[in-house]
Design a protein around this ligand. Structure first.
Ligand code: LLP
Length: 416
């Protein structure tokens, strides 16, 4: 559930009219709802009352420091994949002790920085990375807490939408090699083995693949216990899907209940979730203005002022996101449009074949844009990045100003 609703044919974010946001801050603009973010976070945080649970929000989904700060104030931890994300978390008032560091390519300087800030855990993805962390930790004389990201190789035939938990991709350690790697870690002077983690994919709409992965992790935990290696946490990653187009993913409470049931025999394990999309996607929209309507023989185009550089999911993944008008008009004929941006690429579209009753100058929103929206944006075609606005009740706050012209060439230099 979210807080973007029509009142008398006008779309509101909580108590603020989107039309007022466009008038005050311009377009294109990302608009987020604080109540929605907090509701979604709490759905996870309160989902397993019988367990010691830490929600580590996946920062890559949306890394604006105002949003990170809201989550930090609620006690959230964070899943990061770069020093930049860690610095954002710290800047936002997040607690380093609640940070897990994922990703296959951690550099020496990133490891140093993470050790010095005292993060909760490194989610290690390869043996060379494990050895690098040991070397850096020993040089700094800090004990590095580690978890090994295992790749549970969930059968793609049964669950074809899973893309990151298969042997064929770059993530994690083959689960059959994990025992030996844990023994190597356990013997290292500056590593402390804390947990196990996995992340099998994103936008999952069923719980079964998570449970299959969990079974494999628990079998590994048993094997480790048999050789005297006792873990304190299990991190089952993110990946819970959201409704973009009528999908019906399980509620976090339903998902968590099934996970908790499987963990009954493991009271010593604390639990970590790394949700990104499920917290942010439907807490944000991309607000844009119709510049031109361009009728055609085969297609009608609505050319808007947001483009693939602002929201790349439709172009990159053929992702479908709902597009609705800010003002519902009954006196305008609805036509079927491809909603496209000004970027010079055929792939620059936000949605195809959408029935819309619109006129030039009207405002539209692309829904479900709070996750992997702004964070994947770029300056392609020298377009300044959009503004970001956070609505809280009947107030709106600019949480990132629209980029200025000078921002486009910041750091660039002429040669003599
Ligand atoms: N943990 C790890 C280790 C991850 O790699 C990811 C996402 C997450 C957690 C959060 O997953 P979520 O709960 O958001 O599904 N750009 C794509 C999504 C890429 C997801 C990458 N990893 C998109 O726009 O659909």
């Amino acid at each position: 559930m979210d807080y973007f609703n029509y009142q008398n044919q006008n779309l509101f974010a909580e108590g603020v009219a989107l039309a007022d946001i466009a008038a005050e801050f311009g377009t294109p603009t990302y608009v987020y709802s604080r109540a929605t973010i907090e509701r979604h976070y709490k759905a996870f945080a309160e989902a397993a009352p019988s367990r010691d649970l830490l929600v580590c929000y996946a920062v890559k989904a949306n890394s604006n420091i105002a949003l990170l700060n809201l989550l930090a104030r609620l006690g959230s931890g964070f899943d990061i994949v770069s020093e930049g994300e860690l610095r954002r978390v710290l800047q936002a008032g997040g607690d380093a002790k609640k940070v897990v560091f994922s990703g296959v390519g951690k550099s020496v300087t990133e490891i140093e920085f993470a050790l010095q800030t005292g993060i909760k855990c490194f989610n290690v993805e390869s043996i060379p990375e494990l050895e690098r962390i040991q070397q850096v930790a020993s040089r700094l004389n800090i004990i590095a807490p580690i978890s090994i990201r295992v790749n549970p190789d969930i059968d793609a035939k049964t669950h074809p939408y899973i893309s990151t938990g298969l042997k064929a991709n770059k993530f994690g350690i083959d689960i059959n090699d994990a025992l030996a790697m844990y023994q190597q870690a356990d013997a290292a002077s500056h590593l402390k083995v804390c947990g196990v983690d996995c992340h099998i994919g994103s936008q999952l709409t069923e719980t079964q693949p998570f449970l299959d992965a969990l079974d494999k992790l628990l079998a590994l935990i048993d094997k480790l216990a048999a050789v005297g290696i006792h873990l304190s946490h299990i991190d089952i990653g993110g990946g819970l899907g959201v409704p973009y187009d009528g999908e019906t993913p399980p509620h976090p409470a339903e998902y968590a209940a099934k996970v908790v049931e499987k963990l009954a025999a493991y009271p010593q394990l604390s639990l970590i979730f790394e949700p990104g999309r499920a917290i942010m996607a439907n807490a944000g929209v991309l607000l844009t203005k119709v510049e031109y309507l361009k009728p055609g023989q085969e297609k009608h185009f609505a050319i808007v002022d947001a483009a693939m550089n602002d929201l790349i999911r439709p172009a990159l993944y053929s992702a479908w996101q709902s597009i609705i008008p800010v003002q519902q008009k009954s006196d305008v004929q609805a036509l079927t449009y491809d909603v496209v941006g000004p970027v010079c690429e055929t792939g620059d579209f936000l949605g195809k074949d959408r029935a819309l009753a619109i006129e030039p100058g009207d405002l539209l929103v692309v829904r479900s844009a709070g996750a992997y929206g702004f964070t994947m944006s770029s300056n392609y075609n020298s377009r300044p990045r959009a503004a970001e606005v956070l609505v809280d009740g009947d107030r709106s706050y600019l949480v990132r100003q629209r980029e200025q012209w000078q921002d486009l060439w910041r750091g660039e230099q002429l040669v003599p």
